[in-house]
Structures are given as structure tokens and as C-alpha cells.
Design a binder for this molecule. Structure first.
Ligand SMILES: C[S@@+](CC[C@H](N)C(=O)[O-])C[C@H]1O[C@@H](n2cnc3c(N)ncnc32)[C@H](O)[C@@H]1O
Length: 282
């Protein structure tokens, strides 16, 4: 039987992890069975789970090796503002508190966070932290009003009481490089498509002569993380391939200015070399 309110449901943990930006320290407050902490790639710095329930903490401590994470048994409302890591912008705090009473039908935990006042205090405390914060919940007027300047996504999730719309609020802008890309994608089908693409590209790259692979690796590394949003007058792919047949140097110039598409950049880099046939990685 899964822990009440667990984030282990199909499609739920994948969605949460694939919105987590790169971070140095990770803190999961209101940890419960700590599905996210146990599943995501560990942070390179400290990994901490916090829950106020002694039984929950004992179980977590027995499941997580001390080297993997620190379990703090205590009130997250008091611990978060006091942890040094929470004042560092490179720390990520993920909170999955007991949801606001008006958004659910019954009490589930020995320790609840039930009333609007308690949730007001939670939001005030989280807004005072200097680190990145992600917060799960159901929609309520309170959260809507208080978190109007945070980013938010929502997605359906199956619960013991039926299908509900999970919300995830974030105090940082979307589009940051991801900490763990393994479950990126809207749904199972898209995640599988991305996995197949990764395998195909990897095999193509592994089959290449070493130097050629190095050239492509360097080209990929040179593409900025936020390249997708860059609006530049990049030449179209046919223009570059025409340029290549006309003069390889022209294609090289085209490639030098092209940062809006990783695949097209590879193609342009390939096209710029007279020794290598055009390569299309899609
Ligand atoms: C929604 S559950 C978390 C479920 C968890 N995300 C999972 O995947 O299993 C909420 C948890 O918050 C804990 N909790 C309630 N009040 C707390 C507080 N003030 N400080 C820390 N933990 C608290 C409860 O004991 C419960 O385990």
C-alpha cells in the first residue's frame, strides 16, 4: 500500500522531477515516503528529507543509507528557515505538505497542516527563503492569490479518491537546465520517443571516427542551454546545404551564426566539412 498522498503515481513523479532545475543541495520537506528524493538523481551536495512524524522518519532512515541522505525528524516550518542551505540560490527545496482542508475530503496524517492560517504561514515562510522552491498542492484561492508571481503547471493525477488536478508552483523562471533529464516528456509516449532518439543519436555518434565525434561533441557543447529561445536570423537548412555545395566556407559561416536548433547546427557543421557527407540527426 502506498503512503497517503505519495507522489509515486504514474506520470506524477516523472512530471515533478523533470521540472527540477540543476541544484547543488536538495531538501524534500514534508517527505512522507520521499518518492521524489529516492527516485531523482541525488544532488552533488547535501540531500535532506524532513518529516515531523517519528514513524515516518524511522522508516525513511532505514530505507536511505546515511551516505545518501540526512533525515531530519522535525517541523519543516521551523527547520527550513534555519537551514543554511535554504539561503543559497543553488539549493532546491521541494515541499509536498498535507493539502489545505478545503481541497480534500478527510484528514490523512498524524500531523496535519490543515487550516488556511497554517497554509498562510507556510507560504510566508517559503517566500522568505532565498533558494529555489517547488510546492505541490491542489488549486485554492489562497494559493492562487499568494503565489501569483510564481510559475505553475498542473496535470491530472489518480488518487485514492479519484482523478484530481495536481498543481506544482515554482518560484523560479521556467527553462532552466534540468537536474535529471531521464523522465522528460509530456507523457509516456513522448518519453519513449525521446529515449529512442537518444539511442539513435548515440549509436550514430559512436559509429563515427573519433575525431569527427570530437568535432560534433565540441559543437554540441558550444550551444548555449537557452539556445531554443534565441531569435536570430539563422539561415534555413536548405540555404546551408546549398551553401555547402556552393562553397564549404559559406556553410561554415552559416553554421557560426546558427544557435536556434541543435540538429541544424550539427548538419551545418557537417556540411562545412568537404570530407564528411551531410548528416541528419532527427
Ligand atoms: C503529502 S504527505 C507527503 C507525501 C510524500 N511526498 C510521498 O511521496 O510520500 C505529507 C507529509 O507531511 C508530514 N508533515 C505534516 N506536517 C509537517 C510539518 N509541520 N513538518 C514536517 N512534516 C510534516 C506528514 O507527516 C506527511 O508525511
Amino acid at each position: 500500500m502506498s503512503y497517503p498522498g505519495s507522489k509515486g503515481g504514474s506520470g506524477v513523479w516523472q512530471k515533478i522531477i523533470s521540472h527540477m532545475p540543476v541544484h547543488v543541495h536538495y531538501i524534500e520537506a514534508f517527505a512522507g515516503s520521499a518518492v521524489i528524493l529516492k527516485t531523482k538523481r541525488p544532488a552533488p551536495g547535501r540531500n535532506i528529507g524532513i518529516d515531523v512524524d517519528r514513524c515516518v522518519c524511522d522508516r525513511l532512515s532505514s530505507e536511505l543509507p546515511v551516505s545518501a541522505a540526512t533525515v531530519i525528524c522535525g517541523d519543516a516550518m521551523q527547520w527550513l528557515p534555519d537551514l543554511q542551505e535554504c539561503q543559497e540560490p543553488t539549493t532546491l527545496v521541494y515541499c509536498d505538505p498535507p493539502y489545505l482542508a478545503e481541497t480534500r475530503t478527510r484528514r490523512l496524517y498524524a500531523h496535519e497542516l490543515y487550516t488556511p492560517d497554517e497554509h498562510e504561514s507556510l507560504l510566508t515562510m517559503l517566500q522568505g527563503l532565498r533558494c529555489m522552491v517547488m510546492l505541490s498542492g491542489y488549486w485554492s484561492q489562497l494559493y492562487h492569490d499568494r503565489l501569483s508571481d510564481w510559475g505553475m503547471i498542473h496535470f491530472p493525477a489518480m488518487t485514492r479518491g479519484g482523478l484530481r488536478e495536481e498543481h506544482l508552483w515554482m518560484n523560479f523562471p521556467a527553462g532552466r537546465p534540468l537536474h535529471d533529464t531521464r523522465w522528460h516528456g509530456e507523457d509516456y509516449r513522448e518519453r519513449e520517443r525521446i529515449k529512442r532518439k537518444r539511442k539513435r543519436w548515440t549509436l550514430r555518434l559512436m559509429a563515427m571516427p573519433q575525431a569527427e565525434r570530437q568535432i560534433l561533441r565540441e559543437a554540441i557543447t558550444a550551444i548555449p542551454d537557452d539556445a531554443a529561445g534565441v531569435q536570430d536570423p539563422a539561415p534555413s537548412l536548405p540555404t546551408m546545404l546549398e551553401a555547402q555545395s556552393f562553397h564549404p566556407a559559406a556553410a561554415e559561416q552559416a553554421a557560426a551564426g546558427l544557435y536556434s536548433s541543435g540538429a541544424a547546427y550539427l548538419i551545418a557543421t557537417e556540411a562545412a566539412s568537404p570530407r564528411v557527407s551531410p548528416l541528419v540527426l532527427v
